[in-house]
Design a protein around this ligand. Structure first.
Ligand SMILES: [Zn+2]
Ligand SMILES: [Zn+2]
Length: 454
């Protein structure tokens, strides 16, 4: 099993400041922890601190062991909050991302076994240092699973790969791009893993542009094969791919690999509404949504809230006047960050359309014949390559906005008419308090219960 951890960037900074103040001695505390699992991947979310008075059996420069009293207080906090538990402690002298020491590992294994009967949720032992974060998920048997990647999320995104991962491969950065982004963002870009859901008109140029910008890893997900009608919009596709009935993910994946830029590309043919494929969302630092249906978006927006994922969703729409003249080529970019609005908050999902999309095929045919559903969810929307390619580019620059921290003072969701070139913000910088997303249990808002595998 591969384990990932997401921490709200502001919370991560506060925790580090709170705990490292006791430097040179180690310090620690107990925090709410949630976990969501799909297949062989688990994503942990670190929540609020439990106000437990800290008492230590040992507190020294290289050793910290919580005593029985503080452990039982932490257990009762996690039980009343209905969450799992994380023990976070410091390594005040580690200038690199830290890892658990041999003593830490023994303590964590012991706590993990003890907690398995006492708490109804995951347990993790985490360590924070001036050089970053590290740690492990601890199973009920006391086995440690090292955390592979740690994402500090919010309106600015940064990712820290675990110590086990070497420096990513790839050619040297484009010097002109490095001048634009700076060293730190360039290095972050190279270590990024982006999952693109839907590699049609918007997703395929996004894949190519992200690869050309130097993103280290791409996962492409799409169920469809290339058809004549979409060859003009799919970057990397040719008419011959239609004759061979090739899958879009294979065509786009091969085209990105041919660039020879050292990008690690995984092509996954399938539908994101299939729960089996959702592990590819949990492993991503950023998910780009480039599908044309509402039910896939609904799946992604919900999982993004529950798993603390950063989700860039793209939409396109061609506007035509009543007399048939082209009026607008609208694209929308909605960047859903943990703690921010979801697609439901922004009013971008239509429940009746989702219901229609999810009808079994035979039932839909019958209802269409009887006139109960229109079948409009299936009808091909008008589309123009200038629009979809722009959407791919704007999705890609969304990643730069996240890495550069530009969203601290820019809107999360925007609409651009690529015909006129005019843009506007979509209002909503905070979640709608009445939105369903506030009920999806998550440690981002409060340490309310969220269980492994839920
Ligand atoms: Zn330690
Ligand atoms: Zn919402």
């Amino acid at each position: 099993m591969t384990v990932y951890l997401a921490i709200d960037a502001d919370r991560a900074r506060t925790i580090a400041e709170d705990l490292l103040v006791e430097s040179p001695r180690e310090a620690g505390g107990f925090y709410a922890l949630a976990a969501i699992r799909r297949g062989q991947r688990m994503r942990l979310l670190l929540g609020e601190r439990f106000e437990v008075e800290s008492h230590w059996d040992r507190q020294d420069v290289d050793l910290l062991t919580p005593n029985g009293q503080s452990i039982s207080a932490a257990v009762s906090c996690s039980n009343s909050a209905g969450t799992g538990l994380a023990f976070v402690h410091t390594h005040p002298f580690d200038d690199r991302p830290p890892s658990l020491s041999a003593i830490d590992r023994r303590t964590a294994a012991r706590l993990g076994r003890a907690f398995s009967d006492l708490i109804d949720g995951p347990f993790a032992a985490l360590v924070v240092a001036p050089g970053g974060w590290g740690g492990a998920f601890v199973t009920a048997q006391g086995d440690l699973r090292e955390i592979e990647r740690i994402a500090l999320v919010g309106r600015k995104l940064s990712v820290q790969a675990g110590r086990r991962q070497g420096r990513s491969r790839g050619i040297a950065f484009d010097d002109r791009q490095r001048r634009a982004l700076g060293e730190a963002s360039s290095a972050q870009l190279r270590s990024m893993h982006v999952t693109i859901v839907g590699v049609g008109g918007t997703g395929s140029p996004a894949a190519e542009i992200l690869a050309r910008m130097g993103v280290g890893r791409l996962t492409l997900i799409d169920p469809d094969i290339v058809e004549h009608s979409n060859v003009p919009r799919i970057f990397g596709a040719a008419a011959s791919d239609v004759l061979q009935s090739r899958a879009k993910v294979d065509v786009v994946g091969d085209s990105v690999r041919r660039l020879g830029l050292g990008v690690d590309v995984l092509s996954v043919r399938g539908d994101i509404r299939d729960v089996v494929l959702q592990e590819h969302l949990l492993s991503a630092d950023v998910v780009v949504g480039a599908t044309d249906n509402h039910s896939s978006r609904a799946v992604m927006t919900e999982l993004a809230v529950k798993a603390g994922l950063t989700f860039i969703d793209m939409g396109v729409r061609v506007g035509v006047r009543r007399n048939g003249d082209l009026d607008s080529l609208l694209l929308e970019r909605r960047i859903q960050v943990p703690g921010g609005p979801c697609l439901w908050c922004w009013g971008r999902l239509d429940p009746s359309r989702i219901a229609e999309e999810l009808l079994p095929a035979d039932r839909k045919e019958r209802l269409m014949a009887e006139g109960y559903v229109t079948g409009s969810a299936e009808a091909p929307e008008p589309s123009v390559t200038a629009l979809t390619a722009s959407a791919g580019a704007i999705a890609s620059s969304g990643l730069l906005a996240l890495l550069a921290g530009a969203l601290a003072h820019q809107p999360l969701a925007v609409q651009i008419d690529t015909l006129s070139g005019l843009g506007a913000r979509i209002s909503g910088e905070d979640p709608d308090p009445d939105c369903i997303c506030r009920k999806w249990k998550s440690t981002w808002f409060e340490p309310a219960g969220y269980k492994v595998g839920a």
